[in-house]
Design a protein around this ligand. Structure first.
Ligand SMILES: Cc1cc2nc3c(=O)[nH]c(=O)nc-3n(C[C@H](O)[C@H](O)[C@H](O)COP(=O)(O)OP(=O)(O)OC[C@H]3O[C@@H](n4cnc5c(N)ncnc54)[C@H](O)[C@@H]3O)c2cc1C
Length: 410
């Protein structure tokens, strides 16, 4: 029996867990390490901030899903890796050995990159902490108008700025003000010009002030730009892209120039074939693509097949990430901008499409718990497509769970 370690409950690993719930990995004993017991679906986070969803509606609960899959859960984070000795060091002090490992831990943010950010800013990652900070911020905003400065002109920054502005409008009283610091000349670098034009129009309509400048310092009451401008600010929000997890450095795994795990067509590490990596934490050197949730989601089905094959000694399959993806950006109020290849459009119906796709994704991985609240390491009877399976792992509570099949992903 092989020891299969899943690090992170990211977008691809929820699919692996769901497939394990349908059909166990006979050749492996599986453990999931996750710092949070739910996986936030990032595509819906701007909608949570705008007030369209409650946070729970944008979350996949990992405990019932893992219980249905017969997977042991450790609620902690990986903080070190020795890929030569096949050992992972965890934040709770444990050291875990593995025979096969799959990493889907996403990217992180460098909290020291902008002076003063660590002390004063809200970081969009980890999303769980961000949502808690936003709740406090919205609470304060309901009492007095706040100046929010979102830093980062990529998709997350644009969507968040629009979401905050929309939410402030719902709070009543004097609405807060939102500014967006692009960190360059235009919004949405990497997206076609037509998408950027739509986004700029949406920002203008929402009366969000754009600064084609870079943030160099964050103070308790202001954001300082490279031009010397000083923006009054109660809540600076950093949405400045993604960095590799620092614990990968020195792991022995082959990493790219930015510290992300180098992988190939079978999703295996370029240096250690028993290590698989997908999503934002990995770089496909043979087929480079942006770090976005769409690719992490799409990596799930081939990953589960490859992990199953690797554990049982069967041949692996190659996975080619798609070249064109459908990108849907929410505009605060119920409108969205869509882009695929050279096609771009904006409208209400695109928000309804995004809403449908996003809700379907979360529903696809939700396990309804019929009794006792889900806890790490539980016993569970799960109903999956009409078949009932019973699992006993380490925890006391028993749960009745049902994996809900539903529509396709984004
Ligand atoms: C506000 C916002 C909105 C976005 N909207 C979109 C969108 O609409 N469409 C889109 O395609 N992309 C979007 N993105 C980008 C998208 O979030 C990422 O590309 C996507 O989450 C990557 O998925 P992943 O599975 O690699 O990692 P993640 O979704 O980040 O999942 C990683 C998981 O691993 C866990 N983890 C982290 N560190 C450790 C550790 N050390 N040990 C164990 N577990 C760990 C985390 O808790 C998390 O559960 C958005 C990002 C943000 C911030």
């Amino acid at each position: 029996m092989k020891r299969l370690l899943l690090l992170g409950g990211g977008h691809a690993h929820v699919h692996v867990l769901r497939e394990m719930a349908r059909e166990r990995f006979a050749a492996a004993e599986v453990t999931l390490v996750t710092p949070f017991m739910r996986q936030m679906y990032s595509g819906m986070v701007p909608g949570v901030i705008a007030g369209h969803y409650r946070a729970e509606q944008a979350a996949i609960q990992l405990a019932p899903l893992a219980a249905a899959a017969g997977v042991q859960v450790l609620e902690t984070a990986a903080v070190g890796l020795d890929a030569v000795r096949r050992l992972v060091r965890l934040a709770n002090g444990q050291v875990l050995g593995y025979d096969v490992m799959s990493i889907d831990t996403g990217s992180e943010m460098d909290r020291g990159r902008v002076a003063g950010a660590r002390q004063h800013a809200l970081f969009v990652r980890p999303i769980e902490h961000f949502l808690a900070d936003v709740e406090d911020m919205l609470d304060a905003a309901s009492r007095q108008a706040l100046d929010v400065v979102v830093i980062g002109g990529g998709a997350a920054g644009v969507e968040l700025a629009l979401a905050f502005q929309f939410r402030f409008g719902l709070l009543g009283g004097e609405p807060g003000r939102v500014a967006l610091v692009l960190g360059g000349d235009r919004v949405l670098p990497g997206y076609p010009e037509s998408v950027a034009r739509h986004a700029e129009r949406a920002l203008e309509r929402a009366r969000i002030t754009l600064f084609r400048d870079t943030c160099v310092e964050i103070r308790a009451d202001a954001v300082v730009l490279a031009s010397g401008a000083r923006l009054a600010c109660d809540a600076p929000v950093l949405a400045t892209g993604s960095e590799a997890p620092p614990w990968l450095a020195g792991s022995g795994l082959a990493l790219d120039g930015h510290g992300f795990i180098v992988t190939g067509p079978t999703q295996q590490s370029g240096s250690h074939p028993e290590v698989f990596a997908v999503g934002d934490v990995a770089t496909r050197i043979d087929a480079p693509h942006p770090r976005s949730g769409v690719y992490a989601v799409r990596a799930g089905p081939p990953l589960q097949g490859n992990l199953r094959a690797f554990c049982s000694g069967a041949p692996l399959k190659r996975h080619m990430p798609q070249e064109k993806t459908l990108n849907l950006l929410s505009c605060g109020r119920r409108r969205a901008i869509a882009n695929r290849g050279g096609w771009t459009a904006e409208g209400r119906w695109l928000w309804w499409l995004k809403d449908h796709i996003d809700r379907s994704f979360v529903a696809r991985y939700s396990v309804r718990v019929g009794s006792a609240s889900a806890a790490p390491m539980t016993s569970a009877a799960a109903t999956i497509n009409g078949n009932t399976t019973t699992t006993t792992t380490a925890a006391p509570a028993a749960a009745q769970s049902e994996v809900t099949p539903s529509a396709e992903t984004r």
